[in-house]
Design a protein around this ligand. Structure first.
Ligand SMILES: *Cc1c(COP(=O)(O)O)cnc(C)c1O
Length: 457
């Protein structure tokens, strides 16, 4: 007899995987190395150690070790809010009238409200172990800064967050959460750094940008004794830490003998999608199983679907290393979109290579259709989803409706990365009918793609 699948498949805390999975070990074609813009050569540990934490740099460059032990201290912290449940969306399925089975892995069950805490706690741990006093970072929408402030509070590290000025003004609640956890939050550009003063002098009254906040955070890290700079997405190490999501999902599915058919995640810098999907892609790389993996990006910032696979700067300020990735050009500034976490011009180099080699598909969706899906999900499954996560919901619903036509009972797994409590301004616009969709024209994209540097490989 078929086992009745519960609404929530829980693992117990001893079933949390004790190692992260490094997909690079299984990739036949490795992701291209980061390039140091100063030398034009691949980044080495010596290049990276003055800016980033040592152990994290080792993880960044590790293409060989398939599994990396999760330190006991990090595992203990994970136990406070993990394992996250894998939930069967019975009510959504019913509303859609689909024979498909939809499962979502919910990462919003912690105060920071997103999956970013999975990497923040690991990064803070390694910084502490290295004997550092503190870390600096930037935050746009605020999720990463919030997660990092929680992690730093736990390990007793100083946390300095450069928050894009318009978000600082528009999202006072996120700012206060960070301050409550002891972080120092500075609106960027600020007069606390040289680069900030320069930008302020050249553009008085500017409301800032992520690129500018990155430049300030890097300068602050390198100018203070005992500080390093940390990042919440895009990097290999971040995706590595996020594989806790996919490994738990595999364990939960295994409990009920469920074979996933389609795995869907939203793609900003690629860390949650890579974290969810790479353990499954590993099975594909080793020839053990096959899956459809779908990356969902906003139509306003379509890195995979309309970008170019090339070396490019990771930041607007062009001070960070060059990465080979799908990119719209580092000077591309996406139009205001309410999924702040998906407004990055590039993409994880690992996922970029896997996409290039045909291991995942990508699609771009428009903002209002994403909110239609978000509202349907909220009204059926109860959870108010983050706008970023709702990109994955939208495509899961589309796939479930295709199953309705074909009569196939496919198993669809989606990554529900966070909650939308700090995005109510976006929901207000949607509810008032004043949300619009902006899709860049080919001419616009061509202009920014032309500015991608020419790098010899
Ligand atoms: C940051 C964020 C994302 C996107 O970042 P990735 O690195 O692509 O995972 C998605 N959802 C939420 C809730 C976020 O905070």
């Amino acid at each position: 007899m078929e086992k009745k699948i519960p609404y929530k498949i829980y693992l117990n805390e001893n079933e949390i995987p004790a190692q992260w999975y490094n997909v690079r070990a299984d990739m036949k074609v490795k992701p291209a190395p980061l390039i140091n813009p100063a030398t034009g050569k691949p980044m080495t540990l010596e290049d990276m150690n003055p800016v980033f934490c040592e152990e994290l740099n080792k993880q960044e460059l590790d293409n060989d070790n398939r599994y990396i032990d999760i330190p006991a201290e990090v595992l203990d912290f994970y136990k406070m809010y993990r394992p996250s449940p894998l939930t069967r969306a019975y009510f959504l399925e019913k509303a859609l009238g689909t024979p498909a089975h939809i499962y979502y892995k919910f990462e919003g069950n912690n105060t920071s409200g997103s999956h970013k805490l999975n990497s923040a706690i690991a990064q803070a741990y390694y910084a502490k172990k290295q004997g550092l006093k503190g870390v600096t970072t930037e935050t746009g929408a605020g999720q990463w800064g919030t997660a990092l402030s929680m992690a730093c509070a736990f390990f007793g590290l100083d946390c300095q967050v450069y928050m894009v000025k318009c978000s600082y003004d528009q999202k006072p609640f996120r700012r206060e959460v960070m301050r409550t956890y002891g972080a120092k939050v500075t609106p960027s550009p600020s007069d606390t750094t040289e680069i900030g003063r320069k930008i302020l002098a050249e553009h008085p009254g500017t409301t800032g940008s992520l690129g500018c906040a990155i430049s300030e955070a890097v300068e602050a890290a390198t100018k203070q004794e005992g500080y390093r700079y940390v990042l919440g997405s895009v990097l290999n190490q971040v995706m590595l830490h996020q594989t806790i999501i996919g490994l738990e999902t595999q364990a939960a599915l295994k409990k009920y003998d469920i074979k996933a058919d389609i795995i869907i995640g939203c793609a900003g810098g690629g860390s949650n999608l890579g974290g969810l999907a790479t353990p499954f892609i590993g099975e594909m790389l080793r020839g053990e199983a096959d899956y459809r993996i779908i990356a969902v990006e906003p139509a306003s910032c379509p890195s995979f679907t309309r970008g170019r696979f090339a070396y490019d700067f990771c930041d607007t300020g062009r001070i960070c290393p060059l990465a080979k990735m799908y990119t719209l050009g580092s000077q591309f500034i996406p139009s205001a979109n309410h999924a702040g976490g998906l407004r990055f011009h590039g993409m994880s180099p690992v996922l970029s290579q896997l996409y290039h080699d045909g291991f995942l598909e990508a699609c771009a969706v428009e903002q209002t259709s994403v909110f239609d899906a978000a509202v349907q999900f909220a009204r059926t499954e109860g959870i108010l989803p983050a706008p970023e996560s709702s990109h994955a919901i939208k495509v899961a619903i589309d796939e479930a409706l295709k199953c309705k036509e074909s009569g196939e009972a496919k198993n669809i797994v989606l990554g529900l990365t966070g909650t939308g409590y700090f995005d109510l301004y976006a929901y207000e616009k949607y509810n008032n009918g004043t949300m619009n969709d902006y899709i860049p024209t080919d001419e616009e994209l061509t202009e920014y793609l032309a500015k991608i540097p020419k790098v010899e490989e």
